[in-house]
Ligand binder design. Sequence first.
Ligand code: 16C
Length: 256
Amino acid sequence: EKKKKELSLPKPQQVISLSPNHPLYDEINEVTSAHMRRLLTSSQEEEDILWTCITDQGDLKVFTRKLEENGIVIDPLKAVATVRGITGHEVCYYFWEFENRLEWEATLESTRIVEWLSDDTFINNNVIKRVWPASQRDACFWSHIRHITANSDEGPDSWIVVNYSTDHSNCPANKYVRITMNVAMICQTIIEPPANGGEISRDNITVKITYTADVNPGGWAPASALRTVYKREYPRFLRRFTQYVIDKTKDKPILF
Ligand code: 16C
């Protein structure tokens, strides 16, 4: 059984720096691969049936599916954005790199590292700003960044960050309502080399971003208020975050 599991994993030693002996090793590989599969196998037809577009700003589209569990809104959310001048590596790096997160995540009150698991994975504790009259929320999740190379079975050259809820003894759920999440940011970089054969500049690159968020608010919150907050905050986050990456990288060499 163990052997079968190992064989179905995507060459893990090459793509994750976490030790195979770590208790989260299998989960991180499986969840990350599932995100890539979900992206690569979804057909346009299926997408159109399943998802409702709630924001269409041309280069940024946000979709949701209405879903409730015991009266709690758990609407899955998906956003697709194309941004000129930055690469998928840069987008994923700044999404994962947590130190400056408060600069672009306006809905966060605080964030801290609970534990580093390896150089591409850490456990994070986010405290989310309170929205009256709902109780304040927090989250505890592993955050993993990975480069999927074009010649692997996983699909085209991509960068991916996954934020996935977990438990940790140094992060007890005793102060706030604990939300759970499965969030992924997947990026592909499109390069249009200059016709004159010159050097590739930021004008020649565009990134295609697919962001998905399955969030359970972890306890009752007024459904219509929650949907209103999501509809406002997710597009705001994507605009603000991608602008942050543009500003951060504009005078730096391109990180392919
Ligand atoms: O993906 C994002 N950030 C990641 C790194 O921090 C991480 C976090 C993702 C999950 C965020 C969802 C939080 C939902 C909380 C539900 C709270 C119930 C409130 C009740 C309202 C009536 O993967 C970027 C995340 C961008 C999130 C945008 C939507 C967040 C809504 C949060 C509500 C707080 C609003 C404060 C208003 C100033």
